[in-house]
Design a protein around this ligand. Structure first.
Ligand code: ADP
Ligand code: MG
Length: 285
């Protein structure tokens, strides 16, 4: 979407601005159907934040990029600058350091006994397969995994809180397509990150999440979360949109016809206008 064609969502943008200027902990939760304009609204917010010279982090879930809690923290670190996250990086390295293998071979190994290989070239025999290996890796127990998660998370929060205190301006974390998140990641997001914001221990961090469904959350968040459901565009907004696309004659009439025929979900309006502009005879310059 081109920003110059962006219309409507003034209420949502106003609430976003308010969130930035507010001292109190705040999270904005946006939801709406596919094509209702969540990613476009986020792009508008990102633009606003950049224009104000504020720091931001953008995380978009896709089928191939499914951030878990560690992925979310790493993306924050990388976008804000690794230098500010030394404790977290140290903890990550400790937790994920490679397991060392010492392979000891017992008994004789026979290879190619009596075999002859004709017309072969160097590289034909490329590897020795180890069959029935007997490596016993200790499975990470549930309690160890959650202990690791807590250590990493605490290190991350303390680095992030220190960073936020030094910048002294809001830092915005944008999360898009959160419906693709795993249940575990969602649990971490609400139970750890957003809960820590709610408890005012990450002052300055503002979060906007966009997803298809209205998230279920506990009442503890009532004072922290601002919820916004995106709906279809109004007639005026469709008129504005047509004009921004260069359709300046009979705008009202065309908007009314478009809405009657296709409704006013932004993606449907945009698709109809694309088709109309393609079909319209080119006016000579
Ligand atoms: N506020 C808007 N103003 C103008 N066009 C919009 C707006 N919101 C959405 N659109 C159009 O609809 C399309 C789909 O919107 P998108 O933001 O990708 O929806 P979602 O992320 O909710 O699936 C965009 O590519 C754009 O053409
Ligand atoms: Mg989207």
């Amino acid at each position: 979407m081109k920003l110059e064609n962006f219309v409507d969502r003034t209420g949502e943008m106003r609430r976003f601005e308010e969130m930035l200027s507010r001292d109190a902990p705040s999270v904005m939760v946006v939801w709406g159907d596919s094509g209702m304009g969540k990613t476009s609204l986020l792009a508008k917010m990102v633009h606003r934040v950049s224009a104000q010279g504020l720091k931001k982090i953008e995380i978009v879930w896709t089928d191939t990029r499914n951030y878990d809690f560690l992925g979310i923290m790493r993306k924050c670190r990388d976008d804000l600058g690794a230098a500010h996250f030394e404790a977290f990086t140290r903890e990550t390295n400790r937790a994920t350091s490679a397991v060392e293998f010492h392979v000891k071979v017992e008994g004789d190994i026979h290879m190619f006994n009596g075999a002859s290989i004709r017309n072969s070239q160097i590289g034909d025999v490329t590897a020795i397969a180890i069959r029935d290996n007997m490596f016993n890796l200790p499975a990470e127990s549930q309690s160890r995994a959650s202990e690791r998660m807590m250590l990493l998370t605490d290190a991350f929060f303390s680095d992030l809180a220190a960073y936020l205190a030094t910048v002294g301006k809001p830092v915005v974390l944008f999360l898009d397509a959160v419906e693709k998140m795993s249940a575990e990641s969602r649990q971490w997001l609400w139970g750890e990150l957003l809960a820590t914001i709610r408890d005012d221990r990450l002052r300055g961090l503002k979060v906007v999440t966009c997803g298809r469904e209205k998230p279920e959350r506990s009442r503890d968040f009532d004072d922290t979360v601002d919820e916004a459901e995106l709906g279809p565009l109004g007639t005026e907004d469709v008129c504005d949109y047509l004009q921004s696309r260069g359709i300046t004659a009979n705008t009202r009439e065309l908007a009314a016809m478009l809405i009657a025929a296709r409704g006013s979900k932004p993606v449907d309006v945009a698709t109809a206008v694309d088709a109309y502009l393609r079909s319209r005879p080119q006016t000579p310059p």
